[in-house]
Ligand binder design. Structure first.
Ligand code: NDP
Length: 274
């Protein structure tokens, strides 16, 4: 019988994870089945228990269950503990091991797919929610020269900066405070683009040669990507590569095999454009 995996979320019908993992399995010759499972809000733990009882070996976790998964895990990887959220669960020998591959996925997309090393860069992270928190430690591991976190609610950015101050000098504040500064890499980890909203960024933030990265993806530019182009960012990207790379990292955690991602990313990109 094939090994069983799934992604849990609510809603979940839109998820591209089953398609991505099926493509990884075919390309790497791994015998597995990967399903999308809708869990009722407030009933994540019983949904996972049912899945484990049915033989589930591992699961991805998406909105709104990443913090439930963090609490459910009997053991956490260091990066999941730092992120305060779990997007990858492994079930073995009665244990529920929680990991977080979002940050690794983002860093892999930026450094490998977009050919942009982090070392020596001035990084600006927009947003202070779960997605922002999950990527801070992996970004700092790339040895940027500085990391600023800016958020509509400044307190949350300041608290997040303080939580990572043992790793490096991290600064937090509101958008106005950015005035007069320049950055080499600006990452949008807010959900503003979801609502089609633009961010009130001061002009002049994008340094020559800078990369603007939106964790959101869809058909065409997000409002943040359009703003970045208008303000002179040299390279502009959406979060489709992050989605594929976080999946590849989860696949590696479960199977010990690192799948090739370029073909899957090209397929998804073509489907989005079509
Ligand atoms: P949260 O709800 O935890 O955080 C939302 C953040 O966005 C907060 O910082 C909030 O600011 C800010 N925000 C929301 N609306 C606005 C607005 N109109 N103007 C300014 N700021 C706003 O969400 P997540 O952190 O979980 O997700 C953020 C984004 O990242 C989503 O779009 C999600 O789809 C994307 N994502 C993509 C992934 C990928 O693989 N590509 C993986 C994970 C996430 P405030 O604190 O002031 O409310």
């Amino acid at each position: 019988m094939s090994d069983l995996y799934a992604v849990f979320g609510n809603p979940i019908a839109h998820s591209k994870s089953p398609q991505i993992h099926a493509a990884f399995a075919t390309a790497s010759g791994q015998d597995l089945v990967y399903e999308a499972r809708l869990a009722p809000v407030g009933e994540f733990a019983p949904a996972v228990a049912e899945f484990v009882a049915a033989g589930g070996k591992g699961a991805n976790v998406t909105v709104p269950f990443k913090e439930d998964a963090y609490r459910l895990a009997t053991r956490l990887s260091e990066r999941a503990a730092r992120a305060g959220a779990v997007n990858t669960l492994s079930f073995a020998a009665g244990e529920i091991v929680g990991d977080n591959t979002d940050g690794a996925g983002l860093v892999r997309d930026i450094t490998h797919n977009l050919h942009t090393p982090l070392a020596g860069k001035r990084i600006l992270l927009l947003g202070a929610g779960g997605a922002a928190r999950g990527v801070i430690a992996p970004l700092l591991a790339g040895q940027p020269v500085s990391l600023h976190i800016a958020n509509r609610t400044a307190d949350k950015a300041e608290a997040l900066a303080a939580a990572f101050s043992d790793m490096a000098a991290v600064h937090g504040g509101n958008y106005e405070k950015l005035s007069g500064q320049q950055f080499d890499l600006i990452i949008n980890a807010t959900s503003a683009s979801l609502a089609g909203a633009s961010l009130p960024l001061p002009v002049g933030l994008f340094a020559p040669g800078s990369l603007a990265y939106d964790m959101m993806y869809g058909k065409g530019d997000t409002p943040f990507m359009a703003l970045a182009r208008a303000q002179g960012a040299a390279q502009v990207a959406d979060g489709l590569g992050m989605l594929v790379e976080q999946a590849a990292e989860a696949f590696f955690v479960w199977r010990g095999v690192r799948p090739e991602t370029a073909g899957v990313l090209a397929q998804l990109r073509a489907a989005l454009a079509g």
